[in-house]
Design a protein around this ligand. Structure first.
Ligand code: IMP
Length: 426
């Protein structure tokens, strides 16, 4: 996608997350000088398969698997320090050198142990089905102006005051929620002392780094996490994550202006999945759902939870095209549909005899809709070996043509398996 006019690309999920962004970022990173994560945190899980083995990355951009790419954790991320270093150590153990290639925004907020306890406390009453990684409470603290940023590790005395107030507040909230667990200042001071010497050498004004890279003609990939329908503004609220997962969040979370972005690639599965609670209108019947789950390996990369599985929902993707300004689509996991004799696609919703062409705003309305399906013929042949569109069975091409037409953005990539080479550039 990079060319003379396109130096800065955002890659976003265009459904409910888990679309296979990690693989696309891995492939596109080959042409990128910088890869930047800009929102979310350890709730994300990108699985990338290379010759060196399988990597599940939660916070470090998957571009790290390319020897020369600089990777950045942007200011919009909420960073879980211990899991970040566990990931870093695992990469180094598998022979991936990260020295000098990884930066963390000094403005990024930290996810601390009390955030995880508060996440669990929130789930007792709200039942969003979060990943339990403390993401919501960390963003609450950020917006509430009491968060701890990476740069705060530079001033231990001031940090102690903030942590004491936050630990005290967290314990009161835990008591209110009827939780038995309590957190302690000592635990947090020990954590800060342990992580500061490792994290501060990586801390930088990463917005400036991205800005200068673009100014100097380098190519930058902004890597989104989760998906459009989990965006706190545009998603199926309240069953969403706590950040802006859509492309607008990329500018804010990477620390650059929106005019610096040249293109937005939306990643969609050839079908739909969702993990966590909240409506999924195109959920398949039990037998075919199980088949999709098994064939697609649809279990959460972060929590191992089984994902709910269903058919491609054109309303979801059309909506994602609009709210992200998508300039291209990458359709992943086409091969998972290889054995089906027919493949339904939702083209509209129906509620009380009325036809809906656009996503409703309220979850209750979305729970009440019936998808209107168009049934396309399956191809019942393996697509795993296809490397060009012409290699695909005719019915698979017809399926992709219909997906493109219904979505309103051109398909730029089709992925037919988990390996790097199993991708078709259109
Ligand atoms: P949280 O982000 O852990 O607060 O979870 C909020 C919602 O977003 C839950 O439904 C999660 O299952 C979902 N979610 C968060 N991260 C991901 C992801 O990377 N893929 C898919 N769903 C996610």
């Amino acid at each position: 996608m990079f060319d003379g006019k396109t130096a800065c690309i955002v890659v976003v999920g265009a459904q409910w997350g888990d679309e296979g962004k990690g693989k696309l970022v891995d492939v596109l990173a080959e042409g990128a000088d910088l890869v930047v994560r800009y929102q979310g945190g350890a709730n994300a899980g990108h699985t990338v398969v290379t010759e060196a083995g399988e990597f599940i990355l939660h916070q470090i951009p998957s571009g790290i698997l390319h020897g020369r790419t600089i990777c950045v954790v942007g200011n919009g991320v909420v960073l879980d320090p211990d899991t970040f270093f566990a990931e870093l150590d695992a990469l180094e153990q598998k022979g991936i050198a990260v020295q000098g290639r990884l930066y963390v925004s000094e403005r990024a907020h930290l996810v601390l142990p009390y955030h995880k306890l508060l996440d669990a406390a929130g789930e007792k009453s709200q039942k969003i089905g979060t990943t339990g990684r403390g993401i919501g409470p960390a963003y609450e603290d950020k917006i509430g102006r009491r968060g701890v940023r990476v740069s705060d590790l530079r001033d231990p005395a001031a940090l102690e005051g903030t942590l004491a107030a936050n630990v005290d507040r967290a314990n009161r909230l835990l008591q209110l929620a009827g939780m038995e667990e309590r957190t302690s200042l000592a635990e947090h001071l020990a954590l800060a002392e342990r992580i500061a010497p490792r994290i501060l050498p990586l801390a930088a004004d990463t917005g400036l780094l991205v800005y200068r890279s673009l100014r100097d003609g380098r190519r930058v990939l902004l890597e989104g996490a989760q998906g459009a329908l989990l965006d706190v503004d545009h998603g199926t609220y309240p069953f969403v994550t706590s950040s802006n997962t859509t492309a607008g969040g990329a500018a804010v979370g990477a620390g650059i202006g929106p005019t610096a972005i040249d293109g937005v690639l939306g990643v969609v599965k050839a079908y739909t999945t969702r993990v966590g609670n909240g409506p999924l209108p195109t959920l398949a019947d039990d037998a075919r759902e199980e088949l999709l789950r098994q064939l697609g390996g649809e279990f959460g990369a972060t929590t191992g939870r089984p994902r709910r599985c269903g058919w491609f929902d054109a309303l979801v993707v059309r909506y994602a095209v609009r709210v992200n300004g998508l300039t291209g689509l990458a359709v992943t996991k086409l091969d998972v549909l290889d054995t089906f004799d027919e493949v339904p696609v939702a083209v509209a919703y129906e509620v009380d005899g009325e036809r809906l062409e656009e996503m409703p705003c309220e979850v209750r309305a979305l729970e009440a809709v019936q998808p209107v399906y168009e049934t396309l013929k399956g191809w019942q042949r393996s697509t795993a070996e296809a490397r060009t569109l012409a290699d695909l069975p005719r019915q698979a091409r017809a399926y992709l043509d219909r997906v493109e037409e219904l979505s309103g953005a051109p398909i730029r990539y089709v992925s037919v398996g988990t390996h790097r080479e199993q991708i078709i550039a259109v």
